[in-house]
Design a protein around this ligand. Sequence first.
Ligand code: ADP
Ligand code: MG
Length: 263
Amino acid sequence: MSKSIKVEKLVFSYNKNKILDNINLEFIEGNIITIIGPNGSGKSTLLKNIASTLTPQEGTVFLGNKELKKYSLKELARQIGVVPQNTNIEYDFTAYDIVLMGRNPYIKRFQIESEADISIVEEVMKKTNTWDLKDRNINELSGGECQRVVIARALAQEPKIILLDEPTAALDMHHQIEILDLLKVLNKQKNITVIIALHDINLAARYSNKILLLNKGKQVIMGNPENVITKKNLQLAYKINMIVDKNKYTNSLQVIPLSNLKI
Ligand code: ADP
Ligand code: MG
């Protein structure tokens, strides 16, 4: 069965404030999709509606042919892995403990983890380059290390889809590229659908094959980078003079911001 995500006529409000207004889209499986848009445009809120952390007041989210709300929590966790924007872990868990938690959707009540669970944890920690950190306390890790551990936890769920909310926002360029390259490899090798909210339009243009541009809770456009990363679309959302050009080294589109538009 296809594991695409389909969003139909979604409306989400906090209190009486409409935050997402009539969103209709499909995230086709196998793609790397980025969600861009100014601060407060609703990127995180949309991801939370897709992760089932929030429930829309109107409209429907489908995963495959089935409504998201009809999945049990465990069932959903086997399909969708989530990497939230801020992971605050209050207790003294080791990196290994955190990644092992990703196996919970597969472990029956009152059972302990099996050898298969343990070998999957080792595999995803090696893949995310976190195996050396396994005995370290999660709260002692750097931003990039912690981010990789949380990605490893999501991968331990063996999901079809991984959702990430600005996973590179706090990272330097070395670690930004490390995370995005890793997601690219996972997409290619395991056909995991990757959906990422990203601040950085240039990285979005470079790493994704579909981009959704949000502005004030509405979808401006969704499509291939060439159709979305245009001066017209971006000026509408970001209210800035800019140059949109092809980067001659990466061959992807890039944006050079100039000055804010007077409005
Ligand atoms: P983005 O991720 O694009 O920056 P968000 O989805 O976080 O945007 O926020 C969209 C809007 O929803 C913003 O106006 C924000 O202030 C509001 N918002 C976000 N979280 C809450 C909340 N828990 N309660 C009330 N309003 C919220
Ligand atoms: Mg956000």
